[in-house]
Write a protein that binds this ligand. Structure first.
Ligand code: GTP
Ligand code: MG
Length: 201
């Protein structure tokens, strides 16, 4: 799929204030600093679209970006940022929770996982919660450029093995680097395939 246009539409903390157009949307979630905003910029070929930072906790709002005037990419705040105040953490969790539970347009959630890390409890718990709530998701392993391909592949294989202990069926997964645009075509084709199947319905 070609990205012809990508426009910022609105940021907010209230799911009721998200765009009303009824278009399908694809949201990005994961721990702070895992690379959600960078991935959105990589997919849209626009380094300035979503705000990124080497300091965790940059994205605090639900951010809607309209793509090709037909669907949305949604940048969400990160979870699991230890330096946030208790109030900050519960506020962010509420924003994420209400969006995921209430937003009917949310078509597929991409759960980002740092490709260098061993499985973390916080991500496993989160994916189990998605399963319990029947929220469709795929996994995106990020920052693959930070290590050799062999290491990434080995780590991802170990990760999938751990997932198999909890899940009968594995979710779709992608290996990406926002620096090198790895996985861009695969992710965009996946989204395009879902968009097409929605139109046929
Ligand atoms: P929050 O909004 O704070 O939750 O973080 P985020 O998940 O949106 O992460 P962000 O995209 O802001 O990236 C965090 C840091 O990781 C930045 O310094 C990025 O430049 C870096 N980064 C993100 N993706 C990649 C990648 O694929 N490769 C490399 N080398 N660095 C990356
Ligand atoms: Mg961000």
């Amino acid at each position: 799929m070609q990205i012809k246009s990508a426009e910022f539409v609105i940021s907010n903390t209230d799911v009721n204030k998200c765009p009303k157009a009824g278009l399908p949307e694809y949201a990005f979630i994961g721990r702070s600093n895992v690379g959600k905003s960078s991935l959105i910029n990589m997919l849209t070929n626009n380094k300035k679209l979503a705000m990124t930072s080497s300091t965790p906790g940059k994205t605090l709002l639900i951010n809607h970006f309209l793509i090709n005037k037909q669907w949305y990419l949604v940048d969400l705040p990160g979870y699991g940022y230890a330096n946030r105040s208790k109030k900050g953490v519960s506020g962010i969790q509420k924003v994420i929770g209400s969006y995921l539970e209430q937003r009917m347009e949310m078509t597929c959630l991409f759960v980002l996982i740092d490709s260098r890390l061993a499985p973390q409890k916080i991500d496993m718990d989160f994916m189990n919660w998605l399963g319990e709530n029947e929220i469709p998701f795929a996994i995106v392993f990020t920052k693959a450029d930070k290590q050799s391909k062999l290491r990434t592949d080995t780590n991802v294989a170990t990760y999938l093995e751990t997932l198999k202990e909890h899940w009968e069926e594995l979710p779709p997964y992608f290996i990406t680097s926002s620096l090198k645009a790895t996985g861009r075509d695969e992710l965009l084709d996946y989204i395009e395939g879902i968009n097409r199947s929605l139109k046929e319905k």
